[in-house]
Design a protein around this ligand. Sequence first.
Ligand code: IVH
Length: 694
Amino acid sequence: MKNVQDLSREEAAAELAALAQKIAAADNAYYQNDAPDLTDAEYDALKHRNAAIEQLFPDLVRVDSPSKRVGAAVQSKFSKIEHRFPMLSLGDVFSIAEVEDFVQSVKRFLNTAENIAFMAEPKIDGLSFAARYENGVFVSGATRGDGVVGEDITENLKTLKQLPLMLPQGVPSVLEVRGEVYMAKRDFLALNERHAAEKKKLFANPRNAAAGSLRQLNPRITAERKLSLWAYTWGEVSERQWTTQAEFFDELEAWGFPVNPLNKVCTTLTEIEDNFKHITEIRAELPYDIDGVVYKVNSIELQNRLGFLTRTPRWAIAHKFPAEQALTRINAIRIQVGRTGALTPVADLEPVNVGGVLVSHATLHNEDEIKRKDIRVGDMAVVQRAGDVIPQVVEVRLDKRPADSVPFEFPTTCPECGAHAIREEDEAIRRCTGGLTCPAQAKERLKHFVSKEAFDIVGLGDKVIEQFYDDGIIKHPADIFTIEERNGGASDDLFAFGDDGLHLERRNGWGKLSVDNLFKAINARRTISLPRFIYALGIPQVGSATALLLAQNYGSFDALQADMTARETAKLVAIDGIGGEMGNDIVEFFNEQHNINEINKLRQYVQVENYVDERRTDSVLSAKTVVFTGTLEQMTRAEAKALAQKCGAKVAGSVSAHTDYVVVGADAGSKAKKAAELGIRTLTEEEFIKMTTV
Ligand code: IVH
């Protein structure tokens, strides 16, 4: 394709006409048929090219130009609805042994030896929805989205006959019912038959068909599709009138919602196991797809005590059906180099369909795994996909091994930069020693730096980072903040003489609009929160949770850096959740000259906000460091810890001079002794509880 600036007037006019047609066809395929014939990237590229040509030839802009169509942008299809309570996901397990672990962990957390009742529910393979009722009237509906913000599908949901639009007297004045929308197997087959007859695109499975049908801009199309639903949980509720999941189901039924008749309370592990066997047996005959069984602690009071992990409840888990497997050939074994130099082997496979998804790569984890399973190029391998995880090689078939096969030799040099790749004694992973001179590591670090939980710069996707790195435009994170300056001149001034700016807008696939958007996205990040900044640095072992802990405990980047530079680690290792090895990595990172240089450079362009802690500050425990030891009687350790944190206290794992209180339970050991030695105040459980109430 010609560069935009090389187009003649005639060529430009012809191309604009062709683009208008192509984009309209793509919109039609997307909106009317829910069968996009272009990828998002291809679609965006067409729109960019259209905008770039229009920019150069403003008088050629057509009446039917795609740039004039309001709401044509694929991304902004639906308006957004923020969930009052996040729509969470569930942890996955794949065996009864893991279910047993889950049940044990629930008991441990609740500090009880008694059996706990669980509601076992078929896990429906559809898409979740939230329906909001105010004074008994359906007012809005949303998809799950990212769990925090979903899409407004109010009108679409209204077309589902099973969804009551009006509830009987006596329901809570605010009631959000959540559940799963699905397409029954028969309805899916019929829809695909119709599509085949009309030469329209076929859906891969009932789940995709349900998603495609519900997420229609035109609700009339949703109405034509046969969609069904099961209700199974709630979001915001003004007055909760039920105390167990079972009672909630009774209420739902009374209100007119479809509730799955297979939902069943199980109290012993045997009941759980028998139920799972039964559901597995009838799975194929069920009129809808399921992918496992969900277990929820039946008592709401216990659910509340158990609370939540970051994205999943502690009181529920999904027991998924075993992973699907397929046999295929390993064509090659490739070595990928990660952000911290880790060499990860990946198998390139003869593409194979595993449970409805085409799989062409599988992770091989590390050097030892390849040795242990004796995985070789040319082998036939059993490949497994489990949930959303990257496909894995379960085993290779020795009976099908080619006669000339040779064991795989793991490289001892980096395939990307040639530096030595070494493996520390007790490490499973071999690492490239090239550091920032290794292009693969540098690129991965940049990708991490701009990723969602870090600087979150849209417009700097993986491909762009790789191209910009290869072309010398961005070599280090700080370079991101100087590209606008380096871009040179007014970006539409194509023929400025002697101007040696970058002129990103002249690059293939870019135009003034996309370049301006990129600059905007970058400039919006010149101020950044402390946790994001720490996470973005890519300190080995420091994920976003640890970055948050560091931010909470140090408050400012200067405070953190000062301690780390001085190798002052007392405060660091006192943080519950930061182990000795992680602490070492953090200190080493801050004492590495190239990291210091990078941080200094970055801070010329980026303002790092101090961390404002929103936990309680008015409690007598606020800002105090508390250590727990021994067995508590009224609550578990985890509950006590959560309570202390709510009051703004820091909970540490070991007693040091920084400790303010040591809460001593029964059979306390060395920590109580150490507290006495250091003259630190000890509290009984009762005293601690009292302090949390003032
Ligand atoms: S409960 C906090 N119950 O599975 C609990 N989810 O992996 C939230 N799902 O996003 C979900 N059947 O789309 C729950 N009986 C059921 C379910 C179910 C299917 C889906 C749902 C959710 C996902 C979680």
